[in-house]
Design a protein around this ligand. Structure first.
Ligand SMILES: [Zn+2]
Length: 69
């Protein structure tokens, strides 16, 4: 099947039997991303995680303070 990358608009041909093709057929809302864009986003995400500014539990301290009387 022919798929279009939602980011760079590149048209690619993918095998109908791949997991990506099946997913796109079942859920048309699922947009396709080419490998190039996929890799670019992955690098960006990893770079952000490595800055150390990312917090998994924002506001946890505030919650504790509220419980204390
Ligand atoms: Zn792309």
């Amino acid at each position: 099947m022919r798929v279009k990358c939602s980011i760079c608009d590149k048209i690619e041909q993918i095998d109908d039997e791949t997991l990506t093709a099946k997913r796109l057929r079942n859920r048309p809302i699922h947009t396709y991303m080419c490998q190039e864009c996929h890799d670019r986003i992955k690098v960006k995400t990893e770079a952000r995680l490595n800055t150390g500014h990312f917090s998994f539990h924002p506001g946890q301290k505030t919650k504790k303070d509220k419980i204390k009387k």
